[in-house]
Design a protein around this ligand. Structure first.
Ligand SMILES: [Zn+2]
Length: 445
């Protein structure tokens, strides 16, 4: 219908800079900073107001050497796809060894047995955010744990992320192997494992880039548009989440030529991959009055895979859901709209602060997963500029209405059932409130 607003040439250029010129943007590294500087430069060139970087300290983490060997008797083979879980401690001198025990998904029954001196293997989500599970593992006496990110059922390397606040006091050296590797290990039991790794944790710095177009009438009502510029180790994060940052820059360009009634704030977060550390600390840095001005958090994360299904997760009111449906339908843009709460991207800290949100994403598997997730396949070959341009256009249309309506077209409210779920997840998944300053670095000494 209307001519495309998003500029595919600019989209390609931003992607090229973030993923090829800069490359891997692992949290706390100079390349993460370089990506932030690029976004800041773009915001300034567009003439946005209040452009700045909010800098914060967080627990950095790194490893050197990581060797996992599996086998029987003297016939041990090296698992080249093994990587330590983020924030895992290292092994003692000589490494950790033991016979492998299959712990399935790590339920209470799986963990309630004599595991002293053993190496556990857990396929399922390692629920370190759950204090009871964490305690069971710590007290089990296992010498090491092998875990699998079961969302990604392939044979390539996928590091498991962790939130710093989940891992306080967690001292079992933990590594990750691909799903298919875990299948081979379990199939060939009994087996023993030898795991040797050196890790360290240290105070590191990251940043949130902010810029805005001030509202002409309701400047105190702020619509936030965001992505995150950091990515996991071992890839260039073209989809997760250069795609969201590129979309944010394109939306900033489109709105920079307008005079909206409400303020639109464009944000690129750091350290999302450890459970939105940057977004959380930025939200917590705002005085309550400032946080209360945010009327909508529109967050884009992993939105550009070739094969996929666009999903907008609405954490808000039925009126907000209708607004999204209306604009996507008007543009004949196929989308699945979910009314739900999800704590796994940068909109969630703003839900904690009471703001409704839209989370835009594009699962590339029918199970709602992402086949490239956190692997080397998350590169420029596997993202599509036209897919991204279409999403930018739909978001632009919807947010134009939000920014220019004389009355906000939805309440700054999250429906009661969803709000209860936000409160529950804030406590459980987020351990809210937590402070990066209280991280226990001693564990790594
Ligand atoms: Zn992401």
């Amino acid at each position: 219908m209307t001519r495309p607003q998003a500029d595919v040439r600019r989209i390609r250029r931003h992607w090229h800079v973030l993923c090829e010129r800069i490359g891997n943007r692992y949290a706390g590294t100079p390349r993460e900073q370089a990506a932030a500087d690029y976004v800041e430069g773009e915001f300034k060139a567009l003439g946005l107001a209040e452009v700045r970087q909010f800098r914060f300290e967080f627990p950095g983490w790194d490893f050197s050497r990581c060797g996992l060997r599996i086998g029987r008797g003297r016939k041990m083979r090296r698992v080249s796809t093994a990587v330590p879980m983020e924030y895992s401690v290292g092994t003692r001198r000589g490494g950790a060894r033991g016979s492998v025990v299959y712990l399935q998904g790590g339920s209470k029954v799986d963990l309630d047995r004599d595991l002293r001196g053993k190496v556990g293997l857990l396929i399922g989500s390692l629920a370190l955010g759950d204090p009871a599970t964490k305690q069971r593992i710590v007290e089990s006496g296992m010498t090491a744990l092998i875990a699998v990110d079961s969302r990604i059922p392939f044979d390539w390397k996928v590091p498991i992320g962790a939130a710093p606040q989940w891992t306080l006091g967690y001292d079992v050296p933990t590594c990750c192997v691909p799903y298919m590797e875990a299948v081979r290990i379990v199939r060939d039991l009994p087996q023993s494992a030898h795991y040797d790794v050196k890790t360290r944790a240290f105070p590191a710095a990251s940043q949130v880039v902010v810029g805005e177009v001030a509202g002409t009438e309701h400047a105190n009502q702020v619509v936030m548009v965001s992505g995150h510029h950091d990515c996991v180790r071992g890839n260039v994060g073209a989809d997760d989440n250069a795609s969201g940052v590129v979309a944010t820059m394109e939306l900033a360009r489109l709105f920079s030529r307008r005079r909206p009634k409400r303020t639109i704030r464009f944000v690129s977060f750091g350290v999302e991959e450890r459970l939105s550390v940057g977004a959380y600390l930025y939200m917590r840095s705002l005085p309550a009055r400032e946080a209360g001005k945010i009327v909508l958090a529109c967050n884009l994360d992993s939105v550009a895979s070739h094969v996929g299904q666009d999903v907008v997760t609405v954490t808000g009111s039925p009126a907000l859901e209708r607004l999204v449906r209306r604009h996507w339908e008007r543009r004949r843009h196929p989308v699945r709209i979910d009314r739900a709460v999800t704590p796994y991207s940068d909109h969630f800290p703003f839900n904690i602060a009471g703001a409704p949100s839209l989370w835009l994403s594009r699962p590339s598997m029918t199970s709602s997963g992402y086949w490239t997730l956190h692997s080397e396949h998350d590169n420029l070959d596997n993202v599509c500029p036209n897919v991204l341009a279409r999403t930018v256009d739909s978001v632009y249309a919807a947010l134009s209405e939000v920014a220019t309506a004389s009355r906000l077209p939805f309440p700054r409210k999250i429906s009661p059932a969803l709000a209860a779920e936000v409160r529950r997840l804030a406590k459980s998944a987020y351990h809210h409130p937590w402070s990066a300053k209280r991280f226990d670095y001693e564990r790594f000494k």
